[in-house]
Design a protein around this ligand. Structure first.
Ligand code: PBG
Length: 353
């Protein structure tokens, strides 16, 4: 009986794929050494950018409840933390600021003594070789929590033809440019505009060049979706919109051809590096951008909600955290990302050793 089945199978397989039994892919899976020799994707701590939240205060290391293992840090504690990040072989961090107070424009965003500016100086003083990237957006700094200036005013709207509360485009560009220059003056190595405001890369490029920072690269959040996976981040950075959503500027999760248009515009405006965000539900987008813009480095953001899901399942004993995390990060790299912004960076770097 069994022999019958085997004979039949052999026959039909020989008919459909003439290669068997000559071709046996399992030969290359025989030992860990052979598997490692033929591995197509190598993950390394060099690929990671570690996102960090910085807040005012002293000796502050406040854990984010929906992101176990991720903290808000006050500047005085940054040197020690950055040293341990550097020791793990992680070359870069990206900073998000939690300001002291908020207003309609977000003044602290470009204040010389703003929280991000303080943090950049503290990090560059302690570990000069750490690459410091700053997120350039308004949402953490504005009292309304939106990524730009709003179409409001005393009794009359700035733009009569646009809805009340609309995120204004060109007015916001001036603020973004000021923020980027202020981060550069504090010592940032790369600025990363994340607001999906049309023309943001161009405005920042012009601002930086005029201020003498023509050497400073822009990592553009070039393809950023209006995603529910940012939920925990909004707790961490206290940047949730007070009303409404971000759908008038961030991309519709249903769209992919539009990613090519967004990316092409940012490339034309002078972006030095590109990004797709989030990562996991958008691996197809990462692949598409990688194939269509092969000449530029591509980053992918493994966002807060993606992190929180893994941590929650691991805490329940439902997933093997190290294996799942390395599989996820490998898949993002395999899809075409050169760099991964991930809250798992420190753990993953340890597990890779
Ligand atoms: C905006 C910004 C957000 C994230 C990074 N930059 C939030 C948003 O667009 O609403 C989300 C990152 C994450 O979820 O980990 N400054």
């Amino acid at each position: 009986m069994i022999q019958d089945i085997l004979n039949k199978q052999n026959k039909s397989q020989t008919a459909s794929s003439a290669n068997f039994p000559v071709a046996r892919p399992r030969r290359l899976r025989l030992s860990p050494q052979i598997r490692s020799m033929v591995r197509e994707t190598q993950l390394s701590p060099d690929d990671f950018i570690y996102p960090m939240f910085v807040a005012h205060g002293r000796r502050l290391q406040q854990e984010i409840s929906s992101m176990p293992g991720v903290f808000q840090w006050s500047p005085d504690l940054l040197p020690g933390e950055i040293e341990s990040i550097a020791k793990l072989g992680i070359p870069a961090v990206v900073l998000f600021g939690v300001p002291e107070h908020k207003d309609p424009v977000g003044e602290e965003n470009f204040a010389p003594d703003g929280i991000v500016q303080q943090a950049v100086r503290a990090i560059k003083k302690a570990v000069p070789e750490m690459v410091v990237i700053t997120d350039v957006c308004l949402c953490e700094y504005t009292d309304h929590g939106h990524c730009g200036l709003l179409n409001t005013g005393d009794g009359k709207r700035l733009h009569p033809h646009l809805p009340e509360g609309y995120v204004l485009n060109d007015e916001t560009l001036d603020v973004l440019s000021r923020v980027a220059v202020s981060h550069a003056e504090a010592g940032a190595d790369i600025v990363a505009p994340s607001g999906m405001i049309d023309g943001m890369v161009s405005a920042i490029r012009i601002g930086l060049d005029e201020a003498g920072f023509e050497h400073l690269p822009i990592l553009s959040y070039s393809t950023k979706y209006a995603s529910a996976f940012y939920g925990p981040f909004r707790e961490a950075a206290q940047g949730a919109p007070r009303f409404g959503d971000r759908k008038s500027h961030q991309m519709d999760p249903a769209n992919v051809r539009e990613a090519l248009r967004e990316t092409a515009l940012d490339v034309a405006e002078g972006a030095d590096m590109l990004m797709v965000k989030p990562a996991l539900s958008y691996l197809d987008v990462i692949r598409l951008v990688r194939e269509n813009f092969p000449e530029l480095p591509l980053a992918a953001y493994n966002v807060s909600g993606e992190y929180a899901m893994v941590k929650a399942a691991a805490a329940n004993g439902w997933l093997d955290e190290p294996r799942v995390v390395l599989e996820i990060l490998t898949s993002i790299k395999r899809a075409g990302a050169d760099l991964i912004l991930t809250y798992h960076a420190k753990d993953a770097a340890r597990w890779l050793k």
